[in-house]
Design a protein around this ligand. Structure first.
Ligand SMILES: Nc1ncnc2c1ncn2[C@@H]1O[C@H](COP(=O)(O)OP(=O)(O)O)[C@@H](O)[C@H]1O
Ligand SMILES: [Mg+2]
Length: 243
């Protein structure tokens, strides 16, 4: 469960995110969409405790991120848009290291199944330098899921993956939600978001312009037309070509 109340993020005098409130319940997948610079990454970084919020509160699985950051962070995983790995640890060593950091005692079986799910078994003993971008992304995900987070944040998880990789990633996201995780992901691939998300939040220049189930947001911007795509809703809600 993710509970966000009045989240504001300022960089100096510039306000990147303004008074955002929403809740994501177990099993829900919230798609965070908006033009470049709308504040998606800033929002996700605040939710994950990577950067401090300027105002407002974030609760992760019941733990206030500002009051009890360790408990909150134990319950969450954050996948940034650029995968970062340790140059001198192999794939397998990454998992062992992360397991130790999070105090996951019997991680071997889960590590094995994650490597299989993410198709990294053959690469288990290589260094990140020998992995493709998509494989690095998968390794970051394997590491992030090792402590079985109940709250998951993805910043552009589908970018840079091949078509099969995208399908697998979608399946993997949907499976985690079915298992009870509360998930927020940002993406510009709106036709893919439509297949994965239960809810959407549309941001424009740091302001929330719409939030709700896909059907609710669609009703708000469809002017009574049936079957309006999320892409069309996005354009109507954010004023088109602005980037
Ligand atoms: N570290 C930072 N310092 C100053 N401004 C920033 C910083 N990070 C992001 N911004 C600004 O905040 C706004 C939102 O950025 P970001 O959250 O990255 O948007 P998005 O992910 O939706 O493209 C942009 O105008 C960006 O230039
Ligand atoms: Mg971003």
């Amino acid at each position: 469960m993710i509970e966000v109340e009045g989240l504001t993020k300022r960089y100096g005098a510039f306000t990147a995110v303004r008074g955002l409130s929403f809740t994501v319940r177990p099993g829900e997948v919230l798609g965070l969409v908006g033009p470049n610079g709308a504040g998606k990454t800033s929002t996700l970084r605040c939710l994950a405790g990577i950067i401090p919020a300027s105002e407002g509160s974030v609760r992760i699985a019941g733990n206030d991120l500002a009051v009890d950051p360790v408990a909150a962070k134990r319950a969450l995983a954050f996948f940034p848009d650029e995968p970062r790995l340790f140059d001198y640890l192999t794939v397998r060593q990454h998992l062992a290291f992360v397991a130790r950091i999070y105090g996951v005692v019997h991680y071997e079986d889960l590590a094995r199944s994650l490597l299989a799910e993410l198709e990294l078994v053959e690469k288990a003993d290589v260094l990140p330098g020998e992995l493709s971008r998509g494989m690095k992304q998968k390794l970051v995900i394997a590491c992030g899921l090792l402590h079985s987070p109940s709250v998951i944040f993805f910043d552009e998880p589908l970018t840079g993956l091949d078509p099969l990789g995208i399908r697998r990633m979608k399946d993997s996201i949907v499976r985690r939600a079915r298992d009870g995780a509360a998930i927020v992901l940002s993406s510009h691939l709106l036709h893919l978001l439509e297949e994965v998300c239960t809810h959407v939040l549309i941001l424009k220049k740091g302001d929330k312009v719409a939030v709700g189930t896909l059907a609710e947001v669609s009703t708000q911007f469809s002017n009574g037309e049936p079957n309006v795509s999320l892409e069309e809703i996005f354009i109507r809600a954010t004023g088109g070509s602005e980037t």
